[in-house]
Design a protein around this ligand. Structure first.
Ligand SMILES: Cc1cc2nc3c(=O)[nH]c(=O)nc-3n(C[C@H](O)[C@H](O)[C@H](O)COP(=O)(O)O)c2cc1C
Length: 223
Protein backbone atom coordinates (compact mmCIF):
# COMPACT_ATOMS: atom_id res chain seq x y z
CA UNK A 1 0.00 0.00 0.00
CA UNK A 2 2.01 2.88 -1.34
CA UNK A 3 1.48 6.20 0.44
CA UNK A 4 -0.62 4.64 3.13
CA UNK A 5 0.57 4.90 6.74
CA UNK A 6 0.11 2.30 9.45
CA UNK A 7 -2.86 4.33 10.82
CA UNK A 8 -4.38 4.54 7.37
CA UNK A 9 -4.11 0.76 6.96
CA UNK A 10 -5.72 0.07 10.32
CA UNK A 11 -8.52 2.53 9.39
CA UNK A 12 -9.11 0.51 6.22
CA UNK A 13 -9.13 -2.73 8.18
CA UNK A 14 -11.57 -1.08 10.63
CA UNK A 15 -13.92 -0.17 7.75
CA UNK A 16 -13.67 -3.71 6.36
CA UNK A 17 -14.50 -5.30 9.69
CA UNK A 18 -17.45 -2.88 10.15
CA UNK A 19 -18.70 -3.89 6.71
CA UNK A 20 -18.31 -7.54 7.66
CA UNK A 21 -20.22 -6.92 10.88
CA UNK A 22 -22.99 -5.05 9.00
CA UNK A 23 -23.24 -7.95 6.55
CA UNK A 24 -23.56 -10.42 9.42
CA UNK A 25 -26.22 -8.29 11.11
CA UNK A 26 -28.18 -8.06 7.84
CA UNK A 27 -28.06 -11.89 7.64
CA UNK A 28 -29.34 -12.22 11.20
CA UNK A 29 -32.12 -9.68 10.48
CA UNK A 30 -33.16 -11.60 7.34
CA UNK A 31 -33.35 -14.85 9.28
CA UNK A 32 -35.35 -13.13 12.03
CA UNK A 33 -37.83 -11.68 9.54
CA UNK A 34 -38.18 -15.08 7.88
CA UNK A 35 -38.89 -16.66 11.26
CA UNK A 36 -41.52 -14.02 12.08
CA UNK A 37 -43.15 -14.61 8.66
CA UNK A 38 -43.23 -18.40 9.27
CA UNK A 39 -44.77 -17.98 12.75
CA UNK A 40 -47.31 -15.53 11.29
CA UNK A 41 -48.26 -17.98 8.50
CA UNK A 42 -48.60 -20.86 11.01
CA UNK A 43 -50.90 -18.75 13.21
CA UNK A 44 -53.01 -17.83 10.18
CA UNK A 45 -53.24 -21.48 9.09
CA UNK A 46 -54.30 -22.59 12.57
CA UNK A 47 -56.88 -19.81 12.70
CA UNK A 48 -58.26 -20.91 9.32
CA UNK A 49 -58.36 -24.51 10.55
CA UNK A 50 -60.34 -23.44 13.62
CA UNK A 51 -62.67 -21.34 11.46
CA UNK A 52 -63.32 -24.17 9.01
CA UNK A 53 -64.10 -26.46 11.93
CA UNK A 54 -66.59 -24.01 13.36
CA UNK A 55 -68.14 -23.60 9.90
CA UNK A 56 -70.24 -26.79 10.16
CA UNK A 57 -72.15 -28.48 12.92
CA UNK A 58 -70.76 -30.76 15.59
CA UNK A 59 -72.08 -34.20 16.40
CA UNK A 60 -71.26 -35.85 19.72
CA UNK A 61 -71.92 -39.56 19.25
CA UNK A 62 -71.50 -41.81 22.26
CA UNK A 63 -71.88 -45.37 23.44
CA UNK A 64 -71.99 -45.95 27.16
CA UNK A 65 -72.85 -48.86 29.38
CA UNK A 66 -72.37 -47.47 32.89
CA UNK A 67 -72.59 -43.74 32.26
CA UNK A 68 -69.01 -42.43 32.04
CA UNK A 69 -68.77 -41.93 28.30
CA UNK A 70 -72.31 -40.48 28.35
CA UNK A 71 -71.38 -37.89 31.01
CA UNK A 72 -68.24 -36.83 29.13
CA UNK A 73 -70.17 -36.63 25.85
CA UNK A 74 -72.60 -34.25 27.57
CA UNK A 75 -69.69 -32.10 28.73
CA UNK A 76 -68.29 -31.98 25.20
CA UNK A 77 -71.66 -30.89 23.79
CA UNK A 78 -71.92 -28.13 26.41
CA UNK A 79 -68.37 -26.87 26.07
CA UNK A 80 -68.36 -26.81 22.28
CA UNK A 81 -71.47 -24.65 22.24
CA UNK A 82 -74.22 -27.22 21.92
CA UNK A 83 -73.26 -29.95 19.48
CA UNK A 84 -76.03 -32.45 18.73
CA UNK A 85 -75.83 -35.62 20.79
CA UNK A 86 -76.54 -39.09 19.45
CA UNK A 87 -76.57 -42.25 21.54
CA UNK A 88 -75.22 -45.34 19.80
CA UNK A 89 -77.58 -47.84 21.37
CA UNK A 90 -77.96 -51.48 20.47
CA UNK A 91 -81.45 -52.93 20.02
CA UNK A 92 -80.50 -55.74 22.37
CA UNK A 93 -79.59 -54.30 25.77
CA UNK A 94 -76.47 -55.57 27.50
CA UNK A 95 -76.78 -57.34 30.85
CA UNK A 96 -76.55 -55.06 33.87
CA UNK A 97 -74.23 -57.38 35.76
CA UNK A 98 -70.62 -56.59 34.87
CA UNK A 99 -69.24 -60.10 34.27
CA UNK A 100 -72.36 -61.05 32.28
CA UNK A 101 -71.92 -57.97 30.14
CA UNK A 102 -68.24 -58.74 29.53
CA UNK A 103 -69.17 -62.29 28.46
CA UNK A 104 -71.75 -61.07 25.91
CA UNK A 105 -69.34 -58.43 24.59
CA UNK A 106 -66.56 -61.02 24.31
CA UNK A 107 -68.79 -63.35 22.30
CA UNK A 108 -69.81 -60.47 19.97
CA UNK A 109 -66.15 -59.65 19.38
CA UNK A 110 -65.28 -63.28 18.66
CA UNK A 111 -68.17 -63.42 16.18
CA UNK A 112 -67.14 -60.08 14.62
CA UNK A 113 -70.81 -59.18 15.12
CA UNK A 114 -72.53 -55.99 14.02
CA UNK A 115 -75.30 -55.59 16.59
CA UNK A 116 -78.33 -53.69 15.23
CA UNK A 117 -78.75 -50.13 16.48
CA UNK A 118 -81.98 -48.61 17.68
CA UNK A 119 -81.68 -45.17 16.04
CA UNK A 120 -80.20 -43.20 13.13
CA UNK A 121 -78.45 -39.89 12.68
CA UNK A 122 -81.00 -38.18 10.46
CA UNK A 123 -78.64 -35.99 8.41
CA UNK A 124 -74.99 -36.91 8.83
CA UNK A 125 -74.00 -34.62 5.93
CA UNK A 126 -74.60 -31.48 8.02
CA UNK A 127 -71.79 -32.33 10.46
CA UNK A 128 -68.15 -31.69 9.74
CA UNK A 129 -66.90 -32.44 13.26
CA UNK A 130 -67.73 -35.66 15.05
CA UNK A 131 -66.75 -36.49 18.61
CA UNK A 132 -66.89 -40.22 19.21
CA UNK A 133 -67.08 -41.23 22.88
CA UNK A 134 -66.95 -44.90 23.84
CA UNK A 135 -65.63 -47.28 26.49
CA UNK A 136 -62.75 -49.61 25.75
CA UNK A 137 -64.33 -53.06 25.53
CA UNK A 138 -61.94 -55.98 25.22
CA UNK A 139 -59.21 -53.77 23.84
CA UNK A 140 -61.23 -51.87 21.27
CA UNK A 141 -64.60 -50.31 20.42
CA UNK A 142 -67.81 -52.03 21.51
CA UNK A 143 -69.17 -53.88 18.45
CA UNK A 144 -72.17 -51.53 18.29
CA UNK A 145 -69.73 -48.73 17.51
CA UNK A 146 -68.39 -50.84 14.62
CA UNK A 147 -71.99 -50.93 13.32
CA UNK A 148 -72.25 -47.15 13.68
CA UNK A 149 -68.96 -46.39 11.91
CA UNK A 150 -69.84 -48.61 8.95
CA UNK A 151 -73.30 -47.09 8.58
CA UNK A 152 -72.29 -43.55 7.51
CA UNK A 153 -70.01 -41.74 5.11
CA UNK A 154 -67.45 -39.87 7.18
CA UNK A 155 -65.37 -38.56 4.30
CA UNK A 156 -64.20 -34.99 4.82
CA UNK A 157 -65.23 -35.00 8.47
CA UNK A 158 -62.87 -34.62 11.39
CA UNK A 159 -63.35 -37.15 14.16
CA UNK A 160 -62.09 -36.68 17.72
CA UNK A 161 -62.20 -39.92 19.73
CA UNK A 162 -62.61 -40.04 23.50
CA UNK A 163 -62.22 -43.40 25.19
CA UNK A 164 -63.04 -44.29 28.78
CA UNK A 165 -61.11 -47.28 30.05
CA UNK A 166 -59.98 -49.33 33.01
CA UNK A 167 -56.27 -49.26 32.13
CA UNK A 168 -55.89 -50.08 28.42
CA UNK A 169 -56.44 -46.53 27.13
CA UNK A 170 -57.26 -46.62 23.39
CA UNK A 171 -56.15 -50.22 22.91
CA UNK A 172 -56.60 -51.09 19.22
CA UNK A 173 -59.57 -48.75 18.80
CA UNK A 174 -57.80 -46.01 16.81
CA UNK A 175 -56.56 -48.53 14.26
CA UNK A 176 -60.05 -50.00 14.07
CA UNK A 177 -61.60 -46.55 13.48
CA UNK A 178 -59.11 -45.97 10.62
CA UNK A 179 -59.95 -49.36 9.11
CA UNK A 180 -63.71 -48.85 9.44
CA UNK A 181 -63.76 -45.34 7.99
CA UNK A 182 -60.52 -44.65 6.14
CA UNK A 183 -61.81 -41.35 4.73
CA UNK A 184 -62.22 -39.70 8.11
CA UNK A 185 -59.65 -37.18 9.34
CA UNK A 186 -58.74 -38.56 12.73
CA UNK A 187 -57.88 -35.74 15.14
CA UNK A 188 -56.16 -35.93 18.52
CA UNK A 189 -58.01 -38.14 20.95
CA UNK A 190 -58.31 -38.28 24.73
CA UNK A 191 -58.33 -41.30 27.01
CA UNK A 192 -59.97 -40.99 30.42
CA UNK A 193 -59.34 -43.59 33.09
CA UNK A 194 -62.33 -44.77 35.09
CA UNK A 195 -60.37 -47.32 37.05
CA UNK A 196 -61.54 -47.78 40.60
CA UNK A 197 -60.01 -50.55 42.70
CA UNK A 198 -63.15 -50.87 44.83
CA UNK A 199 -65.72 -51.23 42.12
CA UNK A 200 -65.84 -52.10 38.46
CA UNK A 201 -69.21 -51.22 37.05
CA UNK A 202 -70.49 -47.83 38.18
CA UNK A 203 -70.03 -44.36 36.73
CA UNK A 204 -67.16 -42.55 38.34
CA UNK A 205 -66.20 -39.54 36.29
CA UNK A 206 -67.39 -36.23 37.58
CA UNK A 207 -68.05 -33.46 35.13
CA UNK A 208 -66.77 -31.03 34.17
CA UNK A 209 -63.66 -33.17 33.81
CA UNK A 210 -60.60 -30.89 33.69
CA UNK A 211 -58.75 -33.06 31.16
CA UNK A 212 -61.70 -32.86 28.79
CA UNK A 213 -61.88 -29.08 29.14
CA UNK A 214 -58.18 -28.63 28.37
CA UNK A 215 -58.36 -31.14 25.49
CA UNK A 216 -61.19 -29.12 23.90
CA UNK A 217 -59.15 -25.93 24.35
CA UNK A 218 -56.15 -27.57 22.70
CA UNK A 219 -58.35 -28.61 19.77
CA UNK A 220 -59.62 -25.00 19.63
CA UNK A 221 -63.21 -26.12 19.61
CA UNK A 222 -64.18 -24.96 23.11
CA UNK A 223 -66.53 -22.01 23.57
C1 LIG B 1 -67.60 -55.58 28.24
C2 LIG B 1 -66.49 -54.81 28.87
C3 LIG B 1 -65.17 -55.00 28.47
C4 LIG B 1 -64.14 -54.21 28.98
N1 LIG B 1 -62.87 -54.37 28.52
C5 LIG B 1 -61.91 -53.51 28.94
C6 LIG B 1 -60.61 -53.57 28.40
O1 LIG B 1 -60.28 -54.42 27.58
N2 LIG B 1 -59.70 -52.66 28.82
C7 LIG B 1 -60.00 -51.70 29.75
O2 LIG B 1 -59.16 -50.89 30.08
N3 LIG B 1 -61.23 -51.62 30.29
C8 LIG B 1 -62.20 -52.49 29.91
N4 LIG B 1 -63.45 -52.41 30.45
C9 LIG B 1 -63.76 -51.33 31.39
C10 LIG B 1 -64.49 -50.22 30.63
O3 LIG B 1 -63.61 -49.58 29.73
C11 LIG B 1 -65.16 -49.24 31.56
O4 LIG B 1 -66.14 -49.94 32.25
C12 LIG B 1 -65.78 -48.13 30.76
O5 LIG B 1 -64.77 -47.27 30.29
C13 LIG B 1 -66.81 -47.33 31.49
O6 LIG B 1 -67.44 -46.50 30.53
P1 LIG B 1 -69.03 -46.40 30.52
O7 LIG B 1 -69.43 -46.03 31.94
O8 LIG B 1 -69.36 -45.30 29.58
O9 LIG B 1 -69.63 -47.71 30.10
C14 LIG B 1 -64.45 -53.23 29.99
C15 LIG B 1 -65.77 -53.11 30.45
C16 LIG B 1 -66.78 -53.90 29.91
C17 LIG B 1 -68.19 -53.72 30.41
Amino acid sequence: MRGCSKNCRSARFGTASRMKENHRLRGVMKKLLLLIAIVFCMEATMELHAQSQSGGKTLVAYFSWSGNARALAGQIARETGGGDMFEIKTVRAYPEVYHECTAVARQEQNDNARPALSGDVSNMAQYNTVFLCYPNWWGTLPMGVFTFLEAYDFSGKTMYPLVTHGGSRFGRSLDDIKKLCPQVVLGDGLSVSVFDANSDDSARVTTPDRDVTSWLRRLRVAN
